[in-house]
Design a protein around this ligand. Structure first.
Ligand code: NAD
Ligand code: USQ
Length: 405
């Protein structure tokens, strides 16, 4: 297949582009590298020294003989997006190109607005481009399990059948997201569903859980292909953060009681799920929703697993309960269905102590790059003007460092 990976420089996107290329698909990457700029804005960096995109692509071509085309630009720029898609003519568009951090979207008004503009406009542009000149193309869009929130009933895969006043219908599952970022995904989902209904487009909305890990079969082929491993409070996801904290002997930062339960998956399953969705396209007019995760854990369960794995490596690490900077249920019912991708052939990599060892060893390998001041949360949901003064745009500008805006 010809597959365009929007956001192919990112954590999930880079691993997916390589996986699809390794499996014989013809792949293009579309990215404007804004994520590298956001790291710079926040004064954080990935634990792992990711290479510039031209170096990444050269290394891949030399290793595997597979060329990945690069289109550098912003998906919110409709003319750019159209020219990239018209030139490549994909059978499937995998859309990762969004601002994906809940804390980033909760810093202040500016970050909330820029998150929603970036995400919603980008997805709208993809939908309009498909309608205009790629009507048979299949959109594989990364959504999030966080769109559903934490209802006190089981979570279905996208739709729920309801009986009301003696009548019955199957309707989109109710959404109760927990950040302006998660809300942007809900708005995307509505726009995608509407476009499929009125224009007959085909789409799969992958409601992905929290991703962990950093290595895939392709990424471990060469140091130049190394993937992101974010551990900071804004972009680091919880399991990856805990592994780096444990490796550094820092207490694990459980927010509040730690009963917050989410769906999780290994990045090796992310890349496989995306390929499965591409190989089994939705029908014209169909907007499918798959819940893309393999296991559920509470934050405390993850903390205890990391603590045990750390002990085995001879490192004692404490678990700290710090006041939850987010507004979220700290103890709640959670049971989300996730069988559709398994039915299509996904064979999950369940969380193992050996994977935790691997992640802690990666953290030790790059420990010189760890800034422990990025472990504690600074963004608070209750405060509409979070002061990340030391790293803010204003401070960077004041220091005279050029910032592209
Ligand atoms: P990431 O920040 O590592 O990568 C996103 C990429 O998209 C970056 O390379 C960025 O430069 C690019 N991008 C953003 N806006 C763009 C724009 N307007 N034009 C062009 N490129 C743009 O994020 P990720 O962790 O790889 O997540 C990818 C997708 O998967 C996101 O949509 C996210 O919501 C979803 N997701 C991620 C996780 C997770 O745990 N990482 C979990 C569930 C869902
Ligand atoms: N948490 C802690 N301690 C930490 C970090 C997080 O207790 O040091 C808690 C959070 O409060 C939250 C849970 O762990 O309850 C998960 O937080 P996270 O930062 O790992 O993940 P989240 O903010 O939900 O976002 C991540 C991705 C996002 C994706 C989402 C999937 O960044 O792009 O959409 O996971 S889901 O959670 O299913 O919505």
């Amino acid at each position: 297949m010809r597959i365009s990976v929007l956001g192919g420089d990112g954590y999930c996107g880079w691993a997916t582009a390589l996986h699809l290329s390794a499996r014989g698909h013809t792949v293009s990457i579309v990215d404007n590298f804004t994520r590298r700029l956001w790291d710079y804005e926040l004064g954080v960096q990935t634990l792992t020294p990711i290479r510039p995109m031209p170096e990444r692509l050269r290394a891949w071509e030399q290793l595997r003989g597979n060329r990945i085309d690069l289109f550098t630009g912003d998906v919110t720029d409709y003319d750019f997006l159209c020219s990239a898609l018209k030139e490549f003519r994909p059978d499937a568009i995998v859309h990762f190109a969004e601002q994906r951090s809940a804390p980033y979207s909760m810093i202040d008004r500016k970050h909330a607005v820029s998150t929603q503009v970036n995400n919603i406009v980008g997805t709208m542009n993809v939908l309009f481009a498909m309608r205009e000149f790629l009507p048979d193309c299949h959109l594989v869009k990364l959504g999030t399990m966080g769109e559903y929130g934490t209802p006190n009933i089981d979570i279905e895969e996208g739709y729920i059948t309801i009986e009301h006043e003696g009548r019955k219908d199957t309707l989109p599952y109710p959404k109760q997201p927990g950040s302006f970022y998660h809300l942007s995904k809900v708005h995307d989902s509505h726009n995608i569903l509407f476009s499929c209904r009125i224009w007959g487009l085909r789409a799969t909305d992958l409601n992905q859980g929290v991703v962990y890990g950093t290595v895939t079969d392709e990424i471990e082929l060469d140091e130049c292909l190394i993937n992101r491993f974010d551990y900071d409070e804004v972009f680091g996801t919880v399991l990856n953060r805990f592994c780096v904290q444990a490796a550094m002997g820092h207490p694990l930062t459980v927010y509040g009681k730690g009963g917050q339960t989410r769906g999780y998956l290994d990045i090796r399953d992310t890349v496989r799920c995306v390929e499965i969705a591409c190989l089994n396209p939705a029908a014209p007019g169909e907007c499918r929703v798959y819940n893309q995760f393999t296991e559920q854990f509470s934050v405390m369960e993850i903390a205890r697993l990391v603590q045990t794995a750390s002990r085995k490596l001879g490192r004692e690490v404490e678990i700290d309960h710090i006041p939850d900077p987010r507004v979220e249920a700290e103890q709640h019912y959670y049971n989300a269905k996730h069988s559709k991708l398994i039915d299509l052939g996904l064979e999950p990599h369940y969380l193992s102590s050996s994977l935790l060892d691997t992640l802690m060893n990666i953290a030790l390998k790059y420990q010189d790059r760890v800034d422990v001041s990025n472990f504690m949360p600074q963004v608070n949901w209750r405060n509409p003007h979070n002061d990340r003064r030391k790293n803010s745009f204003a401070a960077v500008r004041a220091a005279g460092t050029p910032v592209a805006r």
